[in-house]
Structures are given as structure tokens and as C-alpha cells.
Design a protein. Structure first.
Length: 259
């Protein structure tokens, strides 16, 4: 059972028009890919990937619902509740690693690619977003290695999705492993391309969560629970999982198609 830490927001960084990073101090150690449950006072508790894991920790929030929109109005000095770290982490293997991220999925893998670079890995990243103004953590990623950008509208870098850019990189580069996070349709394409080339791949999956500790079953994903068995899953499981890229659970627990 994870403890609840009441923390003060030390810093807030605006990453793009709808996304902010909240930095805080907490007495726990975390691994790249893990997440925390963030309690927003007077609202609700929501899962957030840790985009910073050393020293001043942090999570990155895209304001898109009642709780995250309320969180967007918080200021430095305000307090939040943090439970965690929760879930598993990325297991980086090999020397040349391709990181593929779409949108705010970058927040789930940026700490992993930084750690990989610190450990002497050759890091290549394909980062995608709808427009150039929504690309996040590009400077952090450039410090870790080679970076390729993609935008849906062609306003920066490759004109298209990060998954399409990744497929191009797979044709011209050799990689020992692929790490990905972003929209599930994008990840499904990346996982499929990796498996076709027999490259080990891991993806960080997002699902609706209530408890974060395996009690409520809200984050059911095939025969697994994202909060305790994930959020990181390997390619072998994902290609066999009927839910991946097809179904999710809504707030009532109903299994519904991914839009």
C-alpha cells in the first residue's frame, strides 16, 4: 500500500497551451515509467506519469477533464496529495534504443531516455504532436541524443505521425529496443512494426484508474491491470491482447471501443 504524501508545488512550467509540469519534493525513489496518483483537493485523484524522477520530482498534466482543468489553475505554493510511486518501469536493454512518443506520451518516457543516455546507450527519439507548438521536452531530449520531430500538420519536421516517422527510422537504422508512449493507435502501429522486425518493444499504456493499487479493477486491460501489472507492457503481451488499440473501460467499468 502506498503512502499519501502532502506536497507543496515548488515550480510550474508551461509546456504548451494545455500542458503544464508541476514540480514537488517527496520522500520516495522512483524508476522511469512509474506513475503517481495525484489528489487535487476539492476535486479527485488522477494518475500521472512521473516526467522527473530525480531530486525535484514532477509530473506533466494535459488539461482535458474536470480534475486536470482544476489542477491547471493551481499555483506554486499550493499543495497536492501524492501517492506512489506506482506500477512497473521500463527495462532498457541493448545499446541502441529508439524512443517514440506522441503528444503528452512524451512525459512517460522522457526520464527513461535520459537514464538510458546516462548509462551510455545510443538514444534516438521520434517525437510527434499535432502542431509544432504542442511538441514537449524537445530540449531535454536533444541533450540525450539524436532527435527527429513529426507534426500532424507538417508545421515542424516530418509531415505525419510519429509512428510513420518511426517506421522510416527502422528502415535506415538498427535498434536493439523500442520504447513508446502516446495515442494507442500510434503505439499499436509502432509495436506492430517492432514485432515484424523482431525488435523487443515496450509500451506505456494509459487506462482509467480509481485506486491505483489493484483493488477496483477499473483499469482492466485484457487479463491484466494497468496499475499493478503495468503501465509498461512488452510487445509479446500487447499483440496478443484483444483490448490493445481496440477497447478501454469507461468510468462505469463498461468495455467500450477506443475512439
Amino acid at each position: 500500500m502506498s503512502n499519501l504524501h502532502v506536497v507543496k508545488i515548488e515550480k510550474i512550467a508551461i509546456e504548451c497551451r494545455h500542458t503544464k509540469t508541476f514540480r514537488f519534493r517527496a520522500p520516495f525513489e522512483a524508476e522511469p515509467g512509474q506513475f503517481v496518483m495525484v489528489w487535487v483537493p476539492r476535486h479527485d485523484e488522477v494518475p500521472m506519469a512521473l516526467s522527473y524522477i530525480d531530486g525535484l520530482k514532477g509530473f506533466t498534466s494535459h488539461a482535458q477533464g474536470e480534475t486536470t482543468n482544476a489542477l491547471a489553475g493551481f499555483e506554486a505554493g499550493n499543495r497536492l496529495g501524492i501517492r506512489g510511486p506506482l506500477g512497473n518501469s521500463f527495462d532498457i536493454k541493448g545499446r541502441r534504443i529508439l524512443f517514440v512518443a506522441g503528444g503528452t506520451g512524451m512525459a512517460s518516457i522522457v526520464a527513461a531516455l535520459e537514464n538510458a543516455a546516462k548509462n551510455g546507450k545510443k538514444v534516438v527519439s521520434a517525437i510527434g504532436a499535432k502542431t509544432k507548438d504542442e511538441l514537449i521536452f524537445v530540449k531535454r531530449t536533444e541533450k540525450a541524443g539524436e532527435v527527429h520531430l513529426a507534426t500532424d500538420d507538417g508545421s515542424e519536421g516530418f509531415d505525419g505521425f510519429a509512428s510513420d516517422l518511426a517506421e522510416r527510422l527502422l528502415e535506415s537504422h538498427r535498434f536493439d529496443q523500442i520504447i513508446t508512449c502516446g495515442p494507442e493507435a500510434m503505439m499499436k502501429k509502432v509495436v506492430g512494426a517492432a514485432m515484424k522486425k523482431r525488435i523487443p518493444v515496450q509500451a506505456s499504456v494509459e487506462r482509467f484508474m480509481k485506486c491505483g493499487i489493484g483493488i477496483c479493477d477499473a483499469c482492466a486491460f485484457g487479463d491484466r491491470l494497468v496499475c499493478v501489472d503495468g503501465p509498461v507492457f512488452d510487445g509479446e503481451f500487447l499483440v496478443a491482447c484483444e483490448d490493445f488499440g481496440r477497447y478501454r473501460r469507461d468510468e462505469s467499468g463498461r468495455r467500450v471501443p477506443i475512439q
